[in-house]
Design a binder for this molecule. Sequence first.
Ligand code: NA7
Length: 519
Amino acid sequence: MLYCLREAGFSTRVYEAGDGVGGVWYWNRYPGARCDIESIYYNYTFSKELYQEWTWTSKYPAQDEILRYLNHVAEKFALRRDIQFNTRITAAHFDEANNRWTLQLDDGTNVTAKYFISGVGCLSAANLPNFKGLNRFKGQWYHTGKWPKEKVDFTGKRVGVIGTGSSGVQAIPVIAKEANHLTVFQRTPQYTIPARNYGYDPEFIKQTKEDFEEVKRLMRESSTGSGLLIRNVSALSDPPEKRQQVYEKAWAEGGFALTSAYYDLFINEEANKTAADFIRSKIKEIVHNPEVAEKLLPDYYFGTKRPILDTDYYETYNRENVTLVDVKKEPIVEITSNGIRTKESEYKLDILVFATGYDGMTGPLFKIDIRGKDGVKLKEKWEEGSKVRTYLGLATEGFPNFFMITGPESPSVLVNMPSAIEQHVEWIADCLQFLREHEVETIEPTLEVEEAWSKHCREVAETTLYVKTDSWYTGANIAGKPRSFLIYLGGFDNYKHKCNEVAAAGYDGFTLSPIKALH
Ligand code: NA7
């Protein structure tokens, strides 16, 4: 965003809570952290030169490699000079008297801006469940999303991990190899698929760089925003033996081959069951102890919590130094000075890892006291009637000149994030140039288009199985959070087309107030 706005001649300042760039890849330094989108699609496409000069080492690179890439980008485009690090924005209020945003920084100073653009991400507000007694714990404890820069040494330690989402599933096998003993506290068992990561060979990289235009086209024009193509075949049209072969091949290939094997896995219960049964059979095959395997069997619709890619996750439960505790059957009562006490026992721990996820989508925005016209708080607007309402996930009525990169009700986390980010960034940059050229003072969507977009988002979500499962996509992982499906599921290509149409029609659905109207 900074690069685009600078290129367009806008005076731009970025505020960042961390002491470096990288966002999610800056904070998530936990052991085993890596991307689960193929690296050749997990980068920017705005610069061909950047694509040619950066070489990924493997299909799913680890966190430190992605962070190096983002630092390289910051360096190459001299971005740091306009970023103020170690600074959190605590409040952002729109002042109607002069149509400006006042941003309050945590160092006590204020800044004024015509436009306020949020790049806070979808998963940056860590969820630390309110367990009784954490303050008494004598050991060290960490949240995966706020991992320290210094290496945490698990050698010889008794470690507890709470949570088995993407973060827990990545961390657990790595910690198990180092720790004296690992106890995993699982609330919901997950479906995870082997990543089968491998190092890229130079010939493949050379070819990919030559194919940059095609990579860019797939990232910008496909329904997933990446090279992952969903097969246009129903899981129910193949006879069971054929389907089994398809799943076996996808399992052997690893990655999201299985999720994209049939187009109806996430919309049809029967189709979904075929994939869910297949993965459950794999769990029973891999895990030697049948009682442990039983605890690991998920029973919700496959894929309706974020599908996970792992390296040796289920295999880890065959290790002698790993214990699995099912906290639905044996709830955590409290954290003691020595560990965790459940209804049935006390587990002595030296280190406790919270892999308990995030207050997704709206959480990062609500950490800032955002107030629009008439002093209305964004949180209050979106909690009224339990309804988040945005237009295209880019803007919201009553909050003029405020834009969200990958905001709620955009495709964001359910497509390739770098593609989603670039598309929003370019749309916003184009919009700001249009406003400047047409001497527009403020822009905000009408209530009518916003209501229609939110309704459309909900209707699309309701045609899928996603809405039938409690997950962070629906807000169900946070106590008291209103339920609404916060992501647009209609496909990145369709979504982008809609955004482009709106722009081409002179920002149809937005109210544009001319500068002269002020005088
Ligand atoms: P997730 O996917 O939200 O996983 C969080 C995990 O923590 C999940 O297993 C939760 O169980 C568990 N959890 C949360 N609160 C508790 C409490 N109070 N007690 C026990 N267990 C709890 O977060 P991740 O960081 O793993 O991944 C986030 C995203 O990053 C992921 O979707 C990818 O897009 C990348 P639950 O399932 O809610 O029962």
